[in-house]
Write a protein that binds this ligand. Structure first.
Ligand SMILES: *[C@@H]1O[C@H](CO)[C@@H](O)[C@H](O)[C@H]1NC(C)=O
Ligand SMILES: *[C@@H]1O[C@H](CO)[C@@H](O)[C@H](O)[C@H]1NC(C)=O
Length: 251
């Protein structure tokens, strides 16, 4: 209640600051164009001086560019290539050996930069209605956190966007739709370098702290967890293989 009252007060304050100035009666002649002033025999206006606020609001955004790529999946044990993250994004994402079936993602970077962290990977060839490729809470998880000693896991799957640095949110994601439950997700999780090929996600736990995020495949599907041994101990029917991802440019 108290937090709400403070937020409301802030909202009222910021809308008061943002409200457009009401023109005063005294400015009525000031609104005439120089043509109208000439017609009325009034002196011409001096060139308009723009206020600092007007100059700032007109400042152009940081120039950026967008790069498209695929995510190559390697077996972390022997570095052998398993395939690509595919367009077959259902509850999680399957690996395909065929480049034609690889998901195309895009990353937007400031001009001059080749990479960064807490980036969104937009789904460039839209396998579904979700905007980005990110991390989503597993349907068997007891909390939205991953950690050593926990069998909680994450899907590497489709989600709508969450702000960089945010803890788990519910913006809507493919696993929630398919499981009929409200699973949390994060989109701006990616550290990417389009030149070196570095590509990995980092999940942020509910306390706002970045968690150790290990990637693995089971049954040709992509997952992440804080503890592969704990995941294997709980879901031990099939082998768990640690993997790495590499950004490869899309042609
Ligand atoms: C990963 O490599 C290890 C060691 O070569 C192998 O035993 C395992 O089957 C491989 N897993 C996959 C999914 O390729
Ligand atoms: C959702 O996940 C739970 C937990 O694994 C599972 O029991 C249930 O069958 C799933 N529901 C659907 C519709 O997939």
């Amino acid at each position: 209640m108290r937090a709400f009252a403070i937020l409301s007060a802030l909202a009222a304050l910021s809308s008061a600051v943002a409200a457009p100035p009401v023109p005063s009666k005294a400015s009525a002649y000031g609104d005439l164009t120089n043509g109208e002033r000439l017609a009325r025999g009034l002196p011409l206006k001096a060139p308009a001086r723009r206020t600092k606020a007007a100059r700032d609001s007109a400042a152009s955004p940081v120039p950026s560019y967008t790069a498209k790529g695929h995510l190559l999946v390697r077996n972390a044990s022997d570095n052998s290539v398993i395939g690509y993250a595919s367009k077959d994004v259902s509850i999680t994402t399957f690996i395909t050996p065929n480049l034609d079936d690889a998901l195309t993602v895009s990353v937007t970077l400031p001009v001059g930069a080749t990479g960064g962290s807490q980036l969104n990977l937009a789904q460039a060839d839209s396998p579904n209605a979700f905007t980005s490729f990110g991390l989503v809470q597993g349907r068997d998880d007891t909390t939205t956190d991953i950690s050593a000693g926990s069998s909680n896991y994450l899907y590497i799957s489709s989600t709508n966007d969450t702000p960089a640095g945010s803890s788990p949110q519910q913006p809507g994601n493919a696993p929630s739709n398919l499981n009929g439950s409200a699973l949390s997700s994060e989109s701006a999780v990616w550290t990417i370098d389009i030149v070196s090929g570095t590509a990995f996600p980092i999940w942020i736990n509910s306390d706002g702290v970045a968690a150790t995020t290990q990637l693995f495949t089971q049954s040709n599907a992509l997952f992440a967890s804080g503890d592969l041994d704990a995941v294997y101990a709980k879901f031990s029917l099939l082998p768990v293989t640690p993997i790495t991802l590499t950004w490869v440019p899309a042609v």
